[in-house]
Design a protein around this ligand. Structure first.
Ligand code: SF4
Length: 357
């Protein structure tokens, strides 16, 4: 159903008026520094604000400028990111800082179209930086915005479909006021995060309640429409925690799978937890393999990991044999007191915490 410009105007006025009374106090609000806005937006992708905040503070303190981030070693950046998940964000963040520092004289691109060319910067982040830092009239469209628009305007398009993004972006860009693009974008994000929430939205106190389609037609719980559910893949990992005195065997993960560039243990994958492991570990260790009783489950966006760990003790007199084996297999030996400096997936951090390390 086509909507009129006056309806858009009324909608944006009400959203902005609500925001004036209910702004979220966030450390990157009020700044026009594109570096800080960019950091906050990358950290908050697929992450709740409460979880992302300590990471934002840590990054701003460790790397106060794009130059500091560009000149940092990638492993240090990944270590600081540890626990936040979706590590490609950290790798892209670092690659992007390097390209801004080394190829663009340290100057952030100043338009939406130019920002989009940066690695890891999609339409949402580009619109956020362009509107918050430079006042460009570009609407951000994230899950919050999908929800508010779908409910208020009664849009029944499946938000997982390929045409949804364009449809919602077009609508949001028709609504966004030309004189307050940044404020409006922040208002929409906050309105969706705090009032028009996925579950139990505050319709009773909502300033839009007399004209909201979903409320009028009793469709609040149905909108936004999401028909194509993402298929979750079950995976079964068997980790070997191989120790020789104070040294542990570690593996740096390659590209082409989860956790690229992070460190974990030698690992096998099978079709079930119960499958007999087949890793060819040094023969001197065969008698000392012991599986830890606790099983772990770790959820990623499209995968569920079922994980068991086995401890493998190798006699120190066989250290040479172990070193050769590590070299052949692409593993590395790390002293126990250096383990904390490795960038590790959350799952491995949890396991180590359980072992008191
Ligand atoms: S009335 Fe309810 S569903 Fe409609 S915009 Fe307000 S909070 Fe969202």
């Amino acid at each position: 159903m086509p909507h009129k410009a006056t309806e858009y105007q009324a909608f944006s006025h009400q959203i902005l008026a609500w925001y004036q009374e209910n702004p979220r106090e966030l450390p990157w609000r009020g700044t026009q520094d594109p570096y800080k806005i960019w950091l906050s937006e990358i950290i908050l992708q697929q992450t709740r604000v409460a979880q992302g905040l300590p990471y934002y503070y840590a990054f701003v303190e460790t790397y106060p400028s794009v130059k500091d981030l560009a000149l940092a070693p990638e492993e240090e950046v990944l270590r600081l990111w540890q626990g936040l998940g979706y590590y490609s964000r950290a790798r892209n963040l670092h690659a992007c800082a390097k390209s801004i520092w080394f190829e663009m004289d340290g100057e952030f691109p100043k338009t939406y179209d130019e920002l989009l060319k940066l690695k890891g910067v999609g339409s949402y982040t580009a619109a956020a930086i362009a509107s918050f830092a430079y006042g460009e009239v570009k609407a951000v469209v994230d899950g919050n915005v999908f929800r508010v628009l779908a409910r208020y305007f009664g849009i029944v398009t499946d938000i997982a479909s390929s045409k949804a993004k364009k449809e919602f972006e077009t609508l949001a860009n028709q609504i966004i006021p030309k004189d307050q693009p940044g404020e409006f974008n922040q208002a929409m994000m906050d309105f969706g995060a705090r009032l028009c929430t996925p579950k139990s939205p505050g319709c009773e106190i909502c300033p839009l309640k007399t004209s909201c389609f979903a409320l009028l037609y009793n469709m609040v719980s149905e909108l936004p429409m999401k028909i194509n559910k993402v298929k979750i893949k079950e995976r079964h990992f068997h980790y070997y925690v191989i120790k020789c005195g104070e040294k542990w065997v570690w593996k740096k993960r390659n590209s082409g799978d989860i956790w690229e560039g992070l460190f974990d243990f030698p690992q096998e994958e099978s079709s079930a937890d119960t499958q007999t492991p087949t890793l060819q570990i040094p023969s001197s260790a065969k008698e000392q393999i012991q599986q830890f009783p606790k099983k772990y489950r770790h959820i990623l966006s499209h995968q569920r990991l079922n994980v068991v760990f086995s401890e493998v003790e190798i006699d120190e007199e066989n250290l040479d044999q172990l070193e050769n084996w590590c070299e052949n297999e692409g593993f590395m030996l790390v002293a126990e007191d250096k383990i904390e400096y490795l960038a590790k997936p959350k799952l491995i951090v949890n396991f180590l915490n359980d072992q008191g390390i």
